[in-house]
Design a binder for this molecule. Structure first.
Ligand code: SAH
Ligand code: SF4
Length: 408
């Protein structure tokens, strides 16, 4: 199949439609590529010979210094700064609520600029998970998700829209703002932070949404995050997680070059059809074939297979053995994820002893450190849960949360 035909095979948003959405009048520069910034400067009359340098200066202010306004950009002329400020902002998403877990995990509910039918901007969430060595930021790629995985709370949300590249990069910006993760920034005193000079060292696209249903925006955003003259998070430290949009997996390697995680969760098509319904379109054999062909795959650059532990559903030792057989020949890591229950779900997390037995089979087959420790349990850290919890709050409670988020 040609690339174009493969693309055509990828369905568009099915649950959509948010026609009520109105983009903000003044767009933010966050999320524009270097090429787009050059085009914009050309429109302001910046001569071609200067454009590269001006873009470099802007880029530095935006992504190395974290500038919040144009006034700080003293190496740009006053006229250019005024012209930029008249038409653009440096806005990031607005923090509506912040929760800090006892283990240092931070979760932000963010409101996007623009208006939805309700008259407010759409809301997404973003989670920061620090430990002694690294700080991982989990970003969303869509408002909601069209895919209805039966164990995932995000899939139960009705409304969906794709995020723009700016809204994806904006999550990284707002997290760096909140963590004082810019030169001279003031770090929060509650919660642990990794040693070293950067609070955010890794990015995972594992928040709300299916990133490969929003491929272009996710690609453009990750290329900005990885740009070595800006935020500079190495592609080896960026992981995109997909539920298995097989036709686009090759493009992740070729056009982004980041690490890949695949939400496998079952070893048989009948069960995976139920847990991850996109499996009906791209069954396990088709998905694993795309993984085998992942550009750049090697023992040093393995694919992570995620496997959520659901009690009595997919957690037998026969499943564990089938899992390692299935992945034979693919340079892989296996992440066993304890199921994070949400109100109304009929699934339960496997017993700890069963997770250990399952993990032993995986370990004996040569896969190291397979269980992902649940983080931020006290603040409902599974994807989709902060948003749903605040949706149930009264206006007064929402305001209190908001005030809390803005005052520290
Ligand atoms: N849509 C993408 C990325 C977002 S979900 C995907 O499905 O891969 C990120 C990961 O969290 C996926 O592996 C997903 O299966 C898992 N997940 C979703 N809900 C969960 C829950 N309640 N408990 C544990 N893991 C969950
Ligand atoms: Fe969407 Fe991923 Fe949740 Fe499935 S697990 S509904 S693909 S966010």
């Amino acid at each position: 199949m040609t690339a174009a035909r493969l693309d055509a095979a990828v369905p568009v948003l099915e649950k959509t439609p948010l026609e009520g959405y109105v983009a903000p009048e003044k767009p933010s520069l966050i999320g524009l590529s270097r090429g787009e910034l050059a085009g914009l400067l050309a429109g302001f009359g910046v001569p071609e010979t200067q454009r590269r340098m001006r873009v470099q200066q802007l880029w530095h202010w935006l992504y190395v210094r974290g500038a919040r306004g144009f006034d700080a950009m003293t190496d740009l002329s006053k006229e250019l700064r005024a012209a930029l400020a008249a038409r653009y902002t440096l806005d990031r998403p607005e923090v509506v609520a912040e929760q800090v877990s006892t283990d240092g995990t931070r979760k932000w509910l963010l409101r996007l600029p623009g208006e939805s039918r309700s008259g407010r901007g759409h809301e997404i969430e973003c989670v920061y998970i620090p430990d002694a060595e690294r700080g991982t930021l989990c970003v969303s790629s869509q408002v909601g998700c069209t895919l209805n995985c039966s164990f995932c709370h995000t899939g139960t949300q009705r409304l969906v829209r794709n995020l723009t590249a700016g809204e994806i990069v904006g999550q990284v910006m707002v997290a760096r703002d909140r963590l004082g993760d810019w030169p001279g920034g003031v770090r929060p005193r509650d919660g642990i932070l990794p040693a070293g000079d950067r609070c955010i060292t890794n990015i995972v696209v594992m928040g709300m949404g299916e990133p490969l249903y929003n491929f272009e925006a996710v690609r453009d955003a990750l290329l900005i995050v990885a740009d070595s003259g800006g935020i500079a998070i190495s592609k080896r430290r960026i992981t995109l997680s997909t539920s298995g949009v097989a036709p686009l997996i090759g493009r992740v390697g070729a056009e982004i070059g980041c690490m890949l995680a695949v939400s496998l969760h079952a070893v048989r098509d009948d069960l995976r059809n139920e847990l991850v319904p996109i499996n009906r379109k791209y069954p396990i054999a088709h998905l694993l074939e795309a993984c085998r062909n992942y550009p750049g795959l090697s023992n040093a650059r393995r694919i992570t297979f995620e496997y959520v532990m659901l009690k009595g559903v997919n957690d037998s030792l026969a499943d564990a053995k089938a899992l390692v057989r299935l992945l034979q020949g693919i340079p892989a890591k296996i992440n066993l994820i304890p199921f994070n229950p949400w109100p109304g779900t009929s699934y339960a997390c496997s017993d700890w002893e069963q997770i250990e037995r399952f993990s032993q089979v995986v370990f004996d087959a040569g896969y190291a450190s397979p269980v992902r420790t649940p983080r931020g349990r006290d603040i409902l850290a599974a994807c989709g849960q902060l948003k749903s919890a605040t949706e149930r709050l009264s206006a007064r409670e929402r305001m209190a949360l908001r005030a809390m988020a803005l005052t520290d």
